[in-house]
Design a protein around this ligand. Structure first.
Ligand code: TGC
Ligand code: FAD
Length: 392
């Protein structure tokens, strides 16, 4: 792969909206990605393997629990710093950002928000340092967009719960030490349970043959009469709103992350357009290529503004779930379109692993599907503006 020469576009001087702390956090993440991710990521994506050696580095840049209070090992940062870290990591690779998103927003967040103090003390410091990795089991083979229909269930057996069912498409499952599992009790109410590797009847087979997110490890969670201790239930929130509340935080991180992938594609195509000569000119001198680049930077700038504003609203506790859906949908769509255009600008070189664009393009096919598909987020916006529910 080519050396990482990335320079971040900032067409509307958005850095002026950031604090010194935001810039320091971003700079640490950017330098780490250049040093530790860019040199190895193509090889790991090609061999479809998660590079486990980067886990401690992710912890060092604050990627595990950026906004979790420091008393639990988190970085205690605000929502914009959290977003900037996700942007920089996904600039390197969406699969690595996935690992960080799951650990922070889908594992640490529910333990912090819905767990007991004993659960926070037991799990959060280990997850923040990367000593333990976690995963989040919501999706099932027959219930993806409609998680409320889940059939995974647990029964009260007096001194423990007995868990049965299966989850599918679970990021980090093959190596996670703890899974946050969403399951129904005997009355059909959804609860979160903390299921640890090693519990009898709990297995995590890996999902193979993905063409997307190849440097992220995906698997199933199978529960065959697993005895879960009663103290492993998250007591402070139940119902479908509990897992969906975690998704708000993760979808917000994805909105920032997608900007990172788009910026990397744009920056690569811009540089290539000035170097690649055809018909005696750099291809960047042709109007058709300039159109592509001009449209890319326009879309990136719009997404940056949208997302910065969303971060400010989240810092003030004012962002709605529907606003988060709009940003996730818009930014991932923006990034996937930019990846496709940028790939074309590199001609044949664009399909090789010499450049990052094709990998981003393939990764974004997962990002546009997980955490709510492109169409589901459109319907969430539709519901929000009309008051009419397309899901019922
Ligand atoms: P609905 O009846 O609308 O809602 C049920 C309850 O949930 C509440 N709620 C929310 N609460 C917090 N945050 C949100 N975003 C919420 N959205 C809804 C709602 O108020 C209600 O509460 P209550 O108290 O009245 O019961 O639910 P529905 O069954 O009609 O479904 C709505 C729908 C389709 C929007 C929702 O289920 C949905 O978002 N589906 C998409 C599923 C999804 O996003 N799955 C993601 C799985 S995890 C994943 O992909 C991780 S990838 C990680 C990585 O690698 O980065
Ligand atoms: P389906 O729900 O079957 O949807 C198929 C199509 O139908 C989609 O285009 C969808 O938009 C459309 N559709 C569905 N309902 C409607 C409707 N009402 N109106 C209009 N169109 C509709 N899940 C987890 O729980 N944890 C994870 O860590 C996790 N990681 C993932 C990692 C990867 C790489 C991938 C690919 C997925 C991951 N997922 C995870 C699962 C992901 O959240 C689901 O794939 C996603 O929610 C969609 O569910 P589905 O694949 O079952 O598609």
């Amino acid at each position: 792969m080519k050396p990482d020469l990335f320079e971040a576009p900032d067409y509307y001087n958005l850095d002026e909206l950031l604090t010194e702390e935001h810039k320091l956090v971003r700079s640490a993440a950017r330098e780490w990605v250049k040093r530790e991710v860019s040199p190895i990521i193509e090889e790991y994506a090609q061999k479809a393997e998660f590079p486990e050696q980067i886990i401690s580095g992710l912890a060092d840049i604050g990627a595990f629990g950026p906004y979790i209070p420091m008393e639990y090992g988190g970085a205690g940062l605000d929502q914009i710093s959290y977003g900037l870290i996700m942007q920089e990591i996904e600039r390197g690779d969406s699969g690595i950002r996935s690992t960080a998103s799951v650990q922070s927003s889908l594992v640490m967040y529910p333990i912090w928000k819905y767990g007991t103090e004993a659960q926070r003390q037991k799990y959060l410091p280990k997850l923040a340092s990367g000593e333990w990795m976690g995963c989040f089991g919501l999706t099932e083979p027959d219930h993806g967009s409609n998680p409320g229909g889940m059939t995974t269930n647990f029964k009260d057996k007096g001194d423990h719960y007995l868990l049965n069912g299966a989850k599918m498409w679970i990021s980090n499952a093959p190596f996670a030490q703890v899974a946050v599992v969403w399951a129904k009790d005997e009355s059909g109410r959804i609860h979160g349970l903390l299921v640890e590797r090693g519990m009898e009847g709990f297995t995590t087979p890996e999902t193979h043959n993905k063409w997307s997110l190849r440097a992220s490890s995906t698997g199933e969670l199978i529960f065959d009469n697993v005895k879960v201790p009663k103290e492993n239930l998250l007591p402070n929130k139940s119902g479908l709103g509990a897992p969906l509340g975690c998704l708000d935080s993760a979808r917000y991180g994805i909105a920032w992350g997608a900007i990172g992938a788009a910026m990397d594609c744009y920056d690569t195509a811009l540089r290539y357009s000035k170097e690649r000569m055809q018909f005696g000119k750099p291809i960047g001198q042709f109007q058709l290529q300039q159109k592509k680049l001009a449209e890319m930077i326009t879309e990136i700038t719009k997404a940056q503004l949208l997302t910065w504003r969303l971060g400010s609203l989240r810092n003030d506790g004012k962002a709605t779930s529907a606003q988060i859906s709009m940003a996730k949908r818009n930014n991932v769509d923006m990034a996937i379109n930019i990846a496709r255009e940028a790939r074309q600008m590199l001609g044949g070189m664009g399909i090789t692993g010499e450049y990052s664009i094709m990998r981003h393009s393939m990764n974004l096919e997962s990002v546009i599907t997980y955490e709510g598909t492109h169409d589901i987020h459109l319907l969430i916006t539709g519901l929000d503006i009309t008051g009419l529910n397309a899901f019922k």
